[in-house]
Design a protein around this ligand. Structure first.
Ligand code: CO
Length: 287
């Protein structure tokens, strides 16, 4: 468990460091780079690219390979960070409010804190969802029901069980030593996300041979460096043409999956998120 705890500590430190960098007028890419450099300097590796999702985007937004955004007044900024040590992962998120959505931010924070409090060996998973749902609706918001927490395993960011943000009736019991992430999302909208356009965040689906030379080089690089963990296009040390041709071929032939950005179904809505990773019956690793 040593690596899980260390990964959690680094993720927490990087999250708090990143939280302090998010200010009106600053560049997303600069903040993202600073956070990712911080993780490496603390002795961790990225379990996934640092993600900053704004307003109605609930998750899966990272700085793109071309173009950049600036933080604006009124933005609700979700910062989601993943760190690994030899495949053991700490996954944690916080929301920074640059406007007047502090109550929304409080809703997902209260939900996370209350959920963490009840986690123990033998708890039915539905109970976590129930607590999250109650906290978020009591402040007048909707929990996002088709996005939530998850199990984690070595080199795997998303495994069973799903940890719901509402009572989904799942009577599966948590077991001591199991590693889970709890991540409540509170929304001013419908509480549903849809899959949007490509995020430039990819994950390896399979290994094998591919004819295109650029694709082969990229495949070798990501198989060794990221294995089964997600990575972003901007992190790949290849030129524009190699990336355009290679990534297309890898997607087309089923070697890579590209995640979609995940916006709320309702336009002009706002979403907040908080997340911790826990070892059931033992401790929260991302304090
Ligand atoms: Co997570």
């Amino acid at each position: 468990m040593k690596d899980w705890i260390k990964a959690g500590e680094i993720a927490s430190e990087a999250r708090d460091f990143g939280k302090g960098l998010i200010k009106i007028g600053k560049s997303h890419l600069e903040v993202t780079n600073s956070i990712e450099e911080k993780i490496i300097s603390l002795g961790g590796e990225l379990a996934f690219p640092a993600q900053i999702s704004i307003n109605n985007i609930a998750a899966h937004y990272t700085s793109l390979s071309n173009g950049d955004l600036k933080f604006k007044e009124g933005d609700v900024c979700k910062l989601d960070i993943g760190v690994h040590i030899d495949g053991a992962i700490g996954d944690t998120a916080v929301t920074v409010d640059l406007g007047d959505n502090s109550k929304l931010v409080k809703a997902s924070l209260n939900a996370l804190n209350s959920a963490v409090e009840i986690v123990k060996d033998g708890l039915e998973i539905r109970e976590i969802g129930k607590v999250i749902h109650n906290e978020i609706t009591s402040l007048g918001f909707s929990p996002i029901v088709n996005l939530g927490g998850h199990g984690l395993d070595l080199w795997q960011i998303h495994t069973a069980p799903s940890i719901p943000n509402f009572d989904n009736g799942d009577k599966t019991k948590l077991k001591k030593g199991q590693i889970i992430a709890i991540e409540p999302f509170a929304s001013t909208g419908d509480g549903l996300i849809v899959e949007g356009k490509g995020s430039e965040i990819y994950q390896l689906e399979k290994r094998g041979n591919i004819r295109d030379m650029n694709a082969r080089k990229i495949l070798k690089f990501v198989s060794e460096k990221y294995r089964s963990l997600p990575f972003a296009k901007r992190q790949l040390p290849f030129n524009k043409l190699q990336l355009a041709v290679g990534l297309n071929a890898l997607k087309r032939e089923g070697f890579l999956h590209e995640f979609g950005v995940l916006p709320e179904k309702k336009e002009n809505s706002y979403v907040s998120q908080h997340e911790h990773t826990l070892i059931v019956g033992e401790q929260v690793t991302t304090k």
